[in-house]
Design a protein around this ligand. Structure first.
Ligand SMILES: [Zn+2]
Length: 294
């Protein structure tokens, strides 16, 4: 009997704390909403945990926050068709990944500043021949320190298919660049994108040995002549359509991996591209949330 009474009391406590959980202050609601945006179903779990009211609840939440931050690093994985898919159900799938290739030539730093102002993450895929002077190296460092992810795009932008029979050269193109990047920013790239999207069996193997995730892209238009223009490029990137290059349908889909380059017109269009994508309800993915090879 005593046990039943105890159970009934504790049930009442749980129920009443459930009610109070619903009547949260607006501040808590705001933070819950932010969490929902980030990690989907996680807040439900943490609300349930909060019903278990105990004196160390503050401390526990602190630990939860830390765990949450850890888990946020791997919310998405790169799929077979190079798009970004949520690892767990409940994570926002309506995201796009921004990538800037052939960096940092002329416009990357300005592009990074534009993205930073918009609070939009991106991966900058860099080439060795753009980071072989102290000034260029300083630029790479600055882009990295602004919070952007640096990826490997080979040392000299070689078509790996053309050097398929030269394994030493392939290794050099990929590994020498990782060594150089590590010297400059203190860490090795975790993503690899082959120039023109052309990989060889060996380059795929080297990427894995170097603990880099392979990544091509879903769509990009800035390297086609009709889109070497601010307005035309913005329209194509935001709609996903490139009718002038035989893409009359939209390639903009949840998880789309967007290819852009260090180019004058792309630099000019970048802000409008981000704003246009967001207007359609797409979240710009933080590349730190992509699962890497550890
Ligand atoms: Zn390239």
């Amino acid at each position: 009997m005593r046990v039943i009474v105890m159970l009934a009391i504790s049930l009442l406590i749980v129920l009443s704390s459930c009610n109070s959980a619903e009547e949260k202050t607006s501040d808590e609601n705001v933070s819950t909403k932010q969490n929902q945006d980030k990690v989907g179903q996680e807040p439900k779990q943490s609300n349930e945990e909060k019903t278990d009211v105990s004196p160390d609840v503050e401390e526990k939440n602190g630990e939860d926050q830390k765990e949450l931050a850890e888990r946020q690093k791997s919310l998405y994985r790169v799929s077979e068709n190079w798009s970004l898919v949520p690892i767990e159900e409940g994570t926002n799938e309506k995201v796009v990944l921004l990538t800037i290739d052939d960096a940092p030539e002329k416009y990357s730093l300005e592009m990074a500043k534009t993205l930073k102002e918009l609070d939009a993450g991106a991966i900058f895929f860099v080439n060795g021949h753009f980071i072989d002077t102290p000034e260029e190296q300083e630029m790479l460092k600055e882009i990295h320190e602004m919070g952007f992810v640096i990826g490997n795009h080979t040392y000299s932008h070689v078509n790996l298919g053309a050097i398929e029979n030269n394994p030493d050269k392939q290794r050099e193109e990929i590994i020498k660049l990782n060594d150089l990047i590590e010297d400059i920013i203190g860490e090795r790239p975790k993503f690899f994108r082959a120039p023109h999207g052309v990989n060889t069996e060996l380059s795929k193997q080297i990427a894995i040995e170097e603990q880099m995730v392979l990544m091509n892209w879903s769509y990009g238009y800035d390297y086609f002549t009709p889109y070497m223009d601010k307005e035309k490029l913005t329209e194509a990137m935001v709609s996903g359509k490139g009718p002038e290059v035989d893409v009359p349908y939209s390639l903009l889909k949840p998880g789309a991996n967007l290819l852009m380059h260090d180019r004058e017109w792309t630099n000019a269009a970048l802000k409008d591209i981000v704003l246009g994508l967001r207007e359609q309800g797409y979240e710009v993915l933080d590349p730190h949330e992509i699962k890497t090879i550890e």
